[in-house]
Design a protein around this ligand. Structure first.
Ligand code: C5P
Length: 232
């Protein structure tokens, strides 16, 4: 299962996103649509990109009571996306409800992955704001194991954590990893980074790449470079 490059289409409008995807002419990269674009354009942007033949990771990070998440996931499932996500902090019953909501009457469903702790949350935030005294690492691994128990397909994590997640949750449990940079490209605000080639060696199943592709002078060449490093 897996092994693909997902382009984070962090654009503010449908026009910008479609103009970007038009550059790929024959190719149909896997794309991630996040909150910014979804809240700006609504579900129609998902339908339109899907109709163009792209696979879609809808990154809306649901977190609410189980009943609300179940019903919301049922709506997202009807958009025919390929992957979606939620916050593992919503607990195992919420994650189980999400799977129920996502699953179509024929038993099929999109992949469902969990965000463990956001990478913007550091040890001080855990302790001071959330009153969690364990280390970030322990919390991340515990949430990954909860996601596995709930029946999810994997987690979002750093490529640097992919090996540990696979050891704890099994090699079939997917690691979807942002924080990818070419050896010679700008790091920007990402902290724990790996190149596409490193991510492959570390066992990432999918890499999520935004600015190294979207802000490149030649985005198609940058995408091809990611594919070559990660998948060939
Ligand atoms: O531009 P860049 O390659 O940094 O984009 C990475 C994408 O992955 C962004 O859409 C970002 O929101 C997302 N992401 C992340 N780190 C996480 C979770 C999601 O960078 N822990």
């Amino acid at each position: 299962m897996g092994k693909d490059v997902i382009i984070a289409c962090d654009f503010a409008s449908k026009e910008e996103t479609l103009a970007f995807l038009d550059k790929f002419s024959g190719r149909k990269p896997y794309v991630k649509i996040g909150m910014e674009l979804f809240y700006a354009e609504g579900p129609s942007v998902v339908r339109e990109i899907k109709a163009r033949g792209h696979r879609i990771f809808l990154d809306l990070k649901l977190h609410d009571i189980p009943n609300t998440v179940k019903k919301s996931m049922a709506v997202l499932s009807r958009l025919d996306v390929d992957m979606c996500n939620l916050h593992a902090a919503g607990t195992i019953p919420m994650m189980q409800a999400a799977i129920e909501g996502l699953t179509s009457p024929d038993g099929t469903r999109p992949l469902l992955i969990a965000v463990t702790q956001l990478t913007s949350t550091d040890q001080a935030h855990l302790e001071r704001d959330l009153l969690i005294e364990k280390s970030v690492d322990e919390v991340v691994m515990h949430y990954a194991e909860n996601a596995k128990i709930a029946g999810l397909d994997g987690v979002v994590c750093s490529p640097l954590e992919a090996g540990k997640v696979h050891s704890a949750c099994g090699s079939a449990f997917l690691t979807v990893t942002p924080g990818v940079r070419f050896a010679d490209s700008a790091v920007g605000d990402q902290k724990r980074i790996a190149t596409p080639a490193d991510a492959k060696k570390l066992g990432s199943d999918y890499i999520v790449v935004g600015r190294p592709i979207t802000a490149a002078a030649d985005p198609v060449a940058a995408y091809e470079r990611c594919v070559a490093e990660f998948m060939d």
